[in-house]
Ligand binder design. Structure first.
Ligand code: NAP
Ligand code: ZN
Ligand code: ZN
Length: 349
């Protein structure tokens, strides 16, 4: 077994603290990644605190992983030692169901194997995430990193990037569309960048007046305060799409009303509590809500290549591993610009 140092939580109320654990020895198809950077996603917080139901403890969060390959199994053909590699939200799936065959492993009939807070396909061995020094992963679930610099700004693409790219692509967002992005955090700031690069006219809808300048710097054409009744009223019926990235409970109806006839809310934020939707808000304008979860391996690679071609990177604040609990508190207060990324050197030293 490979001894690994990490940071994790022992239960839903404990802080994220040092933890030692083991990863499997490399199998034929496995890659050993020395982790350089790992992003802090709001999902890490939801799961560390069992906000979506009981998590598997101890939990080592982290699913926005970029690192350098230090070893490969004898049967690995797509990666070489010394190359950069990425790991996102899942590391395996059944590989046989219709979704897996379509390259949409995120919708696997048997459920994907999560990068952490779950079990390998044997159903008993827990998976531990990227708040750690090394990761072992099958090459079929490993991403090529088409960047050589600013790798700390690449890590968040593995979740925040693909989670916003996939629904915008699926919806066919492009020139002539008016898109609103709801919530300017990790996902939201990537959503703005992608929607702008796809040619849409983008409005940032935020609860934070202080983020107006940043929204415009990220490329948004307009900014509106979602807490301001008059501003919301003026936007009724205006948007083709709303990308909803909000992590906390909020009134969906208020935002559905901003959609045009046949407008679509692309829902990616996952508040712990269920939302109430008025049927009339949807049916009066044939509006719909489309849920979307991350993206498959092939689409994640496509997104990374798209980012390299369009020079799209995440805006990050790099932190030391020991400062992760403070980062969690700031994320919860919507005080993140716009993704915390852990420099794993701080864990090795
Ligand atoms: P984040 O960085 O915390 O961003 C969420 C943003 O939502 C905040 O910055 C804030 O932006 C806004 N917000 C917070 N509380 C709000 C409230 N009460 N009402 C309205 N807006 C509020 O989180 P994230 O990492 O981007 O993740 C967002 C959500 O997506 C989380 O629930 C996460 O678990 C989920 N997620 C889903 C997928 C998927 O596959 N579907 C993948 C990754 C993450 P403003 O200050 O601009 O209002
Ligand atoms: Zn995530
Ligand atoms: Zn499957």
């Amino acid at each position: 077994m490979i001894q690994v140092s990490g940071y994790g939580a022992l239960n839903a109320t404990s802080s994220i603290a040092p933890i030692e654990f083991e990863r499997r020895e490399l199998g034929e198809k496995d890659i050993l990644i020395d982790i350089l950077y790992c992003g802090v996603c709001h999902s890490d917080i939801h799961m560390a605190r069992s906000e979506w139901g009981p998590s598997v403890y101890p939990i080592v969060p982290g699913h926005e992983i970029v690192g350098k390959i230090s070893q490969i199994g004898s049967g690995v053909t797509q990666f070489k030692v010394g190359e950069m590699a990425g790991v996102g939200v899942f590391i395996d799936s059944c590989r046989e169901c219709p979704s897996c065959k379509k390259g949409q492993e995120q919708y696997c009939d048997e459920g994907f194997t999560p990068t952490y807070n779950g079990y390998y396909r044997d159903g008993v061995t827990p998976t531990f995430g990227g708040y750690s020094t090394q990761y072992v992963v099958d090459e079929a679930f490993t991403l090529h990193i088409p960047f050589t610099k600013e790798l700390e700004r690449v890590a968040p693409l593995l979740c925040a990037g693909i989670t916003t790219y996939s629904p915008l692509k699926y919806a066919g967002v492009g020139k002539g569309h008016k898109v609103a992005v709801l919530g300017l955090g990790g996902l939201g700031h990537m959503g703005v960048k992608f929607a702008v690069s796809m040619g849409a006219e983008v409005t940032m809808l935020s609860t934070s007046p202080s983020k107006e300048n940043d929204a415009k710097m990220l490329g948004a054409h307009h900014f509106a305060l979602s807490t301001d009744k008059d501003q919301m009223k003026a936007l009724r019926g205006q948007f083709d799409f709303i990308l909803n990235t909000v992590a906390a409970s909020h009134d969906l109806n208020k935002f559905l009303g901003l959609l045009k006839v046949e407008g679509k809310m692309l829902l990616v934020g996952i508040p712990p509590e269920a939302a109430q939707v008025y049927a009339a808000t949807l049916i009066s304008k044939r509006r719909s809500i489309i849920g979307s979860m991350i993206g498959g391996i092939a689409e994640t690679q496509e997104m990374l290549d798209y980012c390299a071609a369009h020079n799209i990177l995440s805006d990050v604040e790099v932190i030391d591993m020991k400062d992760v609990n403070e980062a969690y508190e700031r994320v919860i207060k919507s005080d993140v610009k716009y993704r915390f990324v852990i420099d794993m050197k701080s864990l090795r030293d």
